[in-house]
Design a protein around this ligand. Structure first.
Ligand SMILES: Cc1cc2nc3c(=O)[nH]c(=O)nc-3n(C[C@H](O)[C@H](O)[C@H](O)COP(=O)(O)O)c2cc1C
Length: 402
């Protein structure tokens, strides 16, 4: 039996028994739901964004659209959901009850105000209700009101102002949740730090159009005959999330703890976020696809990986990939390689030949009698596109030239 591995992490001075959190969304909508998630193994929650309740929230119908790629269901998910449609009183009661019944679990209350006063009132109310951390939603992708949602995340002065306002109203850590609908996240993150933020979470959804009906000409989701540019999430956005977390983790001037979000479905996805600098990770679409139980595999997978690599604390893995991340002008261009073919496994489909002809270096000859490729090593660009289209896993591999 291997020694137990320590999955606990510190995020903004708060202890989590593992790095896995529900992200603020329908998966964290009520106390009852979050309680079941805690029982399943999730260490914390970013509760569904709480607003003052002064404006009645009515969600569009339908509010989501699933984007499939071939056999892969929910490669992406588009949504037009708003902040919580529950009353402030009910949400606060849930925060209090969760902390009473699961005191070892972390409740991060996500809040969104539409004025300084609302940000302040919400911060006070959630702090009094017993929240451990506040997450400021500067990133809802389909807000149309100026000075709210992702429009705050794109307006640096507002980020500082609202963060300062919240910091004055609370004594618990404050995390700014950032929008990816910008060029450089370091800039707004620094403005959040200026306002006193203790941590950053990223990313919220990417503004997009996931699909357009080709017969009815209506972008999806089709809400009574209309679509809208709105939030896109799920596995398709993981590269963007990893990139923003890595860039902020590399920024020494920022130096704030990070919570990684975007496209996490498995322990490997979660680990990748940790390796580029996240202390905790948050999940929505993965749970919408498979349910809370995915956390069991996440915990077991991470434990096994750590045992295998003889790593005792998950916190030792945070940022481990960053020394290997550089600008493209730092690559060692003397190191060149080529594609290597294991022809004993070739099924003769010819896809490698087609892509090499049409998008590569024309380095393959095709023997149409025995249906096998023949590589001219001098012409191989080592672009490896032949391996991407090859149906036999591992038949075409990369080898460095010596
Ligand atoms: C239906 C839906 C509703 C969401 N609502 C909120 C919200 O109220 N507050 C918030 O900060 N993020 C919200 N999000 C964004 C998620 O918390 C998360 O940042 C995003 O979905 C990316 O993670 P994922 O790829 O794991 O889904 C929502 C996402 C979805 C799909």
């Amino acid at each position: 039996m291997t020694a137990a591995r320590d999955l606990s992490v510190d995020f903004c001075g708060v202890k989590f028994k593992n790095p896995f959190m529900l992200a603020s969304s329908p998966v964290s909508n009520t106390g009852e739901m979050v309680g079941r998630a805690f029982d399943a193994g999730w260490a914390g929650v970013a509760f569904k964004t709480i607003a003052t309740g002064d404006t009645k929230i009515i969600h569009p119908s339908p509010r989501m659209h699933g984007y499939n790629a071939g056999d892969k269901k929910l490669l992406g998910l588009q949504n037009v959901e708003q902040v919580s449609d529950r009353s402030l009183k009910d949400n606060l009661a849930d925060v209090t009850n969760l902390k009473k019944e699961w005191p070892e679990h972390v409740v991060m209350a996500s809040i969104m105000g539409f004025s300084n006063k609302e940000w302040s009132d919400l911060a006070k109310a959630c702090t009094d209700a017993g929240a451990d951390i506040l997450e400021l939603n500067f990133s809802c992708p389909h807000m149309t009101v100026e000075g709210s949602g992702y429009k705050v995340g794109q307006a640096n002065e507002l980020i500082t102002r609202f963060t300062e306002t919240v910091k004055k109203a609370t004594n618990i850590p404050v995390v700014a949740k950032m929008t990816p609908n910008i060029t450089d996240m370091n800039e707004p993150a620094m403005f959040a730090k200026k306002g006193g933020a203790d941590g950053i979470s990223a990313i919220n959804t990417i503004r997009g159009i996931s699909e357009v009906g080709i017969n009815d000409w209506i972008p999806r989701p089709n809400v009574g005959g209309k679509g809208a540019i709105s939030g896109y999430s799920g596995p398709a956005i993981k590269p963007v999330g990893l990139r923003f977390i890595a860039e902020m983790a590399q920024n020494k001037e920022l130096g704030l703890p990070l919570s990684g979000i975007g496209g996490i479905e498995t322990w490997v996805d979660a680990l990748e976020y940790i390796l580029v600098g996240a202390a905790t990770v948050q999940v929505t679409t993965g749970i919408i696809h498979y349910g809370y139980k995915i956390v069991e595999d996440m915990i077991e997978g991470l434990q096994d990986y750590m045992a295998d690599k003889n790593i005792k604390k998950v916190s030792d893995l945070i940022g481990k990939a960053l020394p290997n991340l550089c600008d493209t002008n730092k690559f060692d261009l003397k190191r060149q390689g080529l594609a290597e073919y294991d022809l004993t496994r070739c099924v003769g489909c010819g896809q490698c030949y087609t892509v090499c002809q049409d998008a590569g270096g024309q380095a393959l000859k095709w023997n149409s009698i025995d249906r096998r490729p023949d590589l001219d090593e001098d012409k191989c660009l080592s672009c490896m596109i032949c391996s991407f289209v090859c149906p036999v896993d591992g038949m075409i591999t990369y080898r460095e030239k010596r």
